[in-house]
Design a protein around this ligand. Sequence first.
Ligand code: MF3
Ligand code: CO
Ligand code: CO
Length: 255
Amino acid sequence: MRPFVIIIKNSHEIKKMREAGKLAAQLLNYIEPYVRAGVSTQYLNDCCKEFTKKHGAKSAPLHYNGFPKSICTSINDVVCHGIPSEKEILKDGDIVNIDVTVILDGYHGDTSRTFMIGNVSEEVKKLVNHTEKSLYRGIEAVKPGKYLYEVGKAIEKYIFKFGYSIVRDFGGHGIGKEFHEDPFVFHHFTVKNKIRMKEGMTFTIEPMINMGKSDAVNISMLDGWTVRTADGSPSAQFEHTVLVMSEGVEILTKI
Ligand code: MF3
Ligand code: CO
Ligand code: CO
């Protein structure tokens, strides 16, 4: 078994993480106007790939554990890891999570947002907006000396009042030279995250919130990646890469 190691970043590494985070944030901003009805997720993939390359970076998802594309595009009941495709065309009323990760000078920046296409139902709009809010509640709970489970606790406290459920099988993660480092970050309260946060830690927070009561997900046998809600209910997600600071937290994937 791989040993559990949380890599604390030094000031040089933090500088690199800031640069990678900023580029990932710029990439999401760049793609936003293209995320419209009638566009294929393959087209979004190609635009992101090109932008990343132009800025001297690499798309981390491409060939990561065999993932075939440069970004993840997860529509409606797809929880995460949706694979962009020429055949998949965004349509009015859809929600789509675009998850981008860049590698700049050896360091990763990972961020995602759920975009709404045209006229999205009020119910689904609320799911998306509450999911984004829950990410910020989680981020606000980051503080050196506190337990990491405070992040999940804050998300839970916010999200359960709407009757939504939190996906448990996928979570946030340490990030740095590696795409996925320790620790695994749960988005609900669990003693498995009884780990003290420390200045210099970098990890992602990326709650996946399902509208349905059921939080079960199943991995499609078709492509080996696409994760859907078991009950077909819509799922939303937002992600930032954060740095634990001496006094609190810095969002690295922000411009
Ligand atoms: N970006 C995703 C995350 O937030 C991971 C995607 S892995 C891939 O952790 F292989 F599907 F790209
Ligand atoms: Co991501
Ligand atoms: Co991530």
